[in-house]
Design a binder for this molecule. Structure first.
Ligand code: SAH
Length: 361
């Protein structure tokens, strides 16, 4: 166990013994984001040597498709002479580097772009600085400090799954919140009855005994803030993540360490914690803000509609041997329904211009 983890565990034990069992949301918030010992604050978790691999780390083709989509939206918005090119949770900066490379070929795009990144991890900020060497970047801890003028064109890939959420379990006609408690120095899940109905007005089916409702209230707040930005300043954007297109019950709290699933209560501070994103809830939040939802799609269908297979063929013409095999494998991982193609979903948002939505049928 690393020194960071043992400090984090002591911190959690003290919090729980002082204030009582903590909700999954607070547990996840501390484990991922504790300013000194949090998982994201102390390491670069991405890539083969890390815990998980994201689409832009698999292949440049992913970022090229996203870049083409953003450039296309910028053009359909009348090529604003100054705009915010925003990424939420940019990881190693690979996606933004690919976007900038491909968009650099679109006349005027990079002259008009101001790159803004929302990132909490000092380690990953360093990685982003390296990957985007020579680019003028403004970092933000949250969306609050983003400039309030100029249109916003944004991407958030595997960002929303990392935001803390609450879990409620239904039984005998009532709800209990799932909490983390200490037992013999280890951590265990417990439940605490709640008096209010966490599901009221959310448009879910009636719950049955054992159903788990995940309340991603922070995700909803971030979604509202993003939508307010593009409604107030105009713009468009994409959110890509694993999740479902319809509301549903289920426990999707997951921990991943070294590319394997693990128990969220083990390896605390040394495994990534996430949950599946409810894209139907994102759509509701967008519509409540009067933002246009361009479409919802599976990642595979979306990337294919943007021409990723054609791009792979172009790259293959110049490649041979292992490089060619890697291009084929990367394409398969990104689009095939047994890989990321169906599990990952995309929502496209727009406001302030009438656009034809590439990628969504
Ligand atoms: N988008 C990248 C990385 C995904 S990992 C990719 O596709 O490769 C999640 C990213 O979100 C990391 O950069 C992490 O540090 C950042 N992050 C997670 N929670 C955050 C929060 N609450 N505020 C700001 N950044 C956060």
């Amino acid at each position: 166990m690393s020194e960071y983890s043992s400090h984090l565990i002591k911190f959690l034990q003290t919090e729980i013994s002082t204030h009582g069992p903590m909700g999954v949301d607070r547990f996840m918030g501390h484990v991922l984001g504790h300013p000194e010992y949090g998982y994201y604050m102390t390491r670069d978790p991405l890539g083969r040597a890390g815990d998980f691999t994201t689409a832009p780390e698999i292949s440049q083709m992913f970022g090229e498709m996203i870049g083409a989509w953003l450039a296309n939206m910028w053009m359909q918005h009348g090529k604003p002479a100054s705009f915010i090119l925003l990424e939420m949770g940019p990881g190693r900066g690979t996606l933004m580097a690919d976007i900038i490379r491909v968009c650099g070929q679109v006349p005027g795009f990079m002259d008009a772009a101001q790159v803004h990144l929302v990132e909490m991890s000092p380690v990953l900020k360093d990685a982003q600085r390296n990957a985007l060497n020579g680019v003028n970047i403004t970092w933000h801890d949250t969306l609050d400090t983003l400039p309030c003028h100029d249109p916003v064109f944004f991407i958030a890939n595997e960002f929303f799954d990392a935001l803390p959420f609450k879990q409620y379990i239904y039984s005998d006609g009532g709800w209990a919140e799932r909490c983390v408690d200490i037992e013999c120095e280890g951590f265990v899940f417990t439940q605490q009855m709640v008096m209010v109905d966490p599901l009221s007005d959310k448009g879910f089916p009636a719950p049955k005994d054992g159903d788990v409702y995940e309340d991603a209230f922070i995700r909803d707040d971030v979604m509202r803030a993003l939508c307010k930005r593009i409604r107030g300043q105009a713009g468009a954007g994409l959110i890509i993540d694993y999740g479902h297109l319809e509301h549903g019950f289920g426990d999707t709290f997951q921990a991943v360490k070294a590319h394997e699933y693990s128990n969220p209560l083990n390896n605390i501070g040394e495994s990534d914690l996430t949950s599946h994103v409810d894209f139907a809830a994102l759509q509701v939040a967008a519509l409540q803000q009067d933002v246009q939802v361009l479409g919802l799609a599976e990642q595979g269908a979306f990337l294919k509609a943007l021409g990723i297979q054609l791009r792979a063929r172009q790259l293959l013409q110049k490649a041979s041997g292992e490089t060619a095999q890697n291009i084929q494998k990367a394409l398969h991982r990104l689009v095939h329904s047994d890989e990321m193609g169906a599990l990952f979903k995309v929502i496209g948002l727009n406001y302030g211009a009438s656009v034809a939505a590439a990628g969504f049928r």
